[in-house]
Write a protein that binds this ligand. Structure first.
Ligand code: MN
Length: 193
């Protein structure tokens, strides 16, 4: 019932034209911001529809989910998350504009990033296979526990866990719209080319 993601990077690389797009292709990735532990990044992506791409490191790749409305800090809010293909680790640092006719075309911002911990005994890769993932984020905008629960083939729900970092009144998607990497808005990134 779940799609096989083992060859997801192959399909990602086939769709990409590294000569035309400015995204990194390198597998070596150890940015100074990553510190200890696995990383996560949330890209804000102005494609045909504005959406957020939630990506976190699992077994040397970035497991990836499209979150149309973005993450919430309110435990009462369930956000649809569509699992998409794994991305290369180096993509975590990408911010810029991809030509509209290329895969992933549009303007991409590093909306949040940081590290995460796994509070469960089971490895995150097993949690993904089982359709329920719990990770503890330590980002610049988002922190605390988030749960992803599978409800269909590619369909999951992303929910903030009810912990000290939960805040039903905070709405970082609207109040903190800019890049944590460069401070730029989507418009700034698009204008910079
Ligand atoms: Mn996207």
């Amino acid at each position: 019932m779940m799609a096989d993601h083992d060859d997801a990077l192959d399909s990602y690389n086939e769709k990409r034209d590294f000569g035309k797009t400015g995204e990194p292709a390198a597998e070596d990735f150890d940015p100074e911001w990553s510190g200890e532990g696995p990383i996560f990044v949330i890209h804000k992506h102005d494609a045909s529809n504005l959406h957020y791409d939630f990506r976190f490191e699992v077994d040397g790749v970035l497991a990836s989910f499209v979150v149309p409305k973005g993450p919430s800090t309110d435990p009462g809010e369930k956000r649809l998350a569509l699992r998409t293909e794994d991305h290369p680790m180096a993509y975590a640092d990408f911010e810029g504009t991809i030509p509209e006719d290329e895969y992933g075309g549009g303007t991409v911002m590093v909306w949040d990033r940081g590290t995460y911990t796994n509070p469960k005994d089971a490895p995150v890769t097993d949690q993904l296979d089982d359709g329920h993932v719990t990770i503890q984020l330590d980002g610049e905008k988002l922190s605390g526990g988030y749960a992803l629960t599978q409800t269909g083939d590619e369909r999951w729900l992303l929910v903030k866990m009810d912990d000290d970092e939960a805040d039903a009144r905070r709405n970082p998607v609207s109040t903190e719209p800019d890049s944590v990497k460069t401070g730029r808005s989507l418009e700034d990134i698009a204008d910079d080319g």
